[in-house]
Every structure is written in structure tokens, then in C-alpha cells.
Design a protein around this ligand. Structure first.
Ligand SMILES: [Zn+2]
Length: 154
């Protein structure tokens, strides 16, 4: 049996303490129910339902919880997997990675390195040059279109 799908990524493991930490209740109040379920409880949105699955707008994608820049629209690609996919992160240190052994698979989970938000998983079947595919929940990220003032969080 070999169902290992964990991936070598350039990202550090999650720190002992995140720079942004809040009580569970505070996150629940600040976030939409879907964003809370995904980022704070490790949930997954249904494929092809997320807001950014097919988005091509130039800009940057930030953490819905703490506003850290996570991905650039330039690295976004269409993977047909049903979730927004990126071939690279905005920076090695913006993402934390850890092994996720849930659901009978060994995968590499990716989190926001600043607040620990669960974002999705990274796989090693992406396009060159990285060969990585970051499979990210739309509800965990927020697009700030290029050239527009960041309206900030609602
Ligand atoms: Zn964050």
C-alpha cells in the first residue's frame, strides 16, 4: 500500500505560536460561517463552488483571517480540480506546511504562517518551474485586484 501524497515544499512547519491568535469565539464572529469552518476547523468547500475557482483577475490573494498576502494572481492556473490552484506562494515564509494524515491519505496541508488559517493542500503535480499545485479553498482567501485601493476587510 502506498498512498503517500505528501510533498516537498519550501515552507517551514507551523510555529509554536502564531503572530495572530484569537479565541475561537472571536474568529467565529469575524468570519463568514463558511470561512470559519474552512480556516479554523480544517474544512473544505465543495469543488467548483468557490468564488475564485475560475478567476483570472490580476492582483493578490490575501488571508481572509489576517490579511497576509498568500498568493499572486500570476501564479494562478486552471487545474480542473475544482478549486483555485496556484503553482507558487507569494513567499516561502507566508505559508506553513505540515503533514495531514486524515481521510486515509497522507497529504501536505498548507496554512497561513501568520494566523494558522487552514488554506488547503499542496501536491506535486503542478506545472513547471515549481511542479507544485496549491489547491486552495476560495473561502480562505480574498482577492485584492491590482491597481485598486485595498478596501480592507468588510
Ligand atoms: Zn492568516
Amino acid at each position: 500500500m502506498n498512498n503517500r501524497m505528501d510533498t516537498n515544499t519550501p515552507h517551514p512547519p507551523p510555529p509554536d505560536r502564531f503572530e495572530v491568535e484569537k479565541p475561537d469565539d472571536a474568529w467565529r464572529k469575524e468570519l463568514s460561517p463558511e470561512a470559519y469552518r474552512i480556516t479554523r476547523k480544517g474544512g473544505t468547500e465543495a469543488p467548483f463552488t468557490g468564488e475564485y475557482t475560475n478567476t483570472e483577475t490580476p492582483g493578490e490573494y490575501r488571508c481572509v483571517c489576517c490579511d497576509q498576502v498568500l498568493f499572486g494572481a500570476g501564479e494562478k492556473f486552471h487545474s480542473a480540480c475544482g478549486w483555485p490552484s496556484f503553482s507558487a506562494a507569494a513567499g516561502e515564509k507566508n505559508i506553513a506546511a505540515k503533514t495531514d494524515s486524515s481521510h486515509g491519505m497522507v497529504r501536505t496541508e498548507v496554512l497561513c504562517s501568520r494566523c494558522g488559517a487552514h488554506l488547503g493542500h499542496v501536491f506535486n503535480d503542478g506545472p513547471p518551474p515549481t511542479g507544485l499545485r496549491y489547491c486552495i479553498n476560495s473561502a480562505a482567501i480574498r482577492l485584492v485586484p491590482e491597481g485598486r485601493d485595498d478596501p480592507g476587510r468588510p
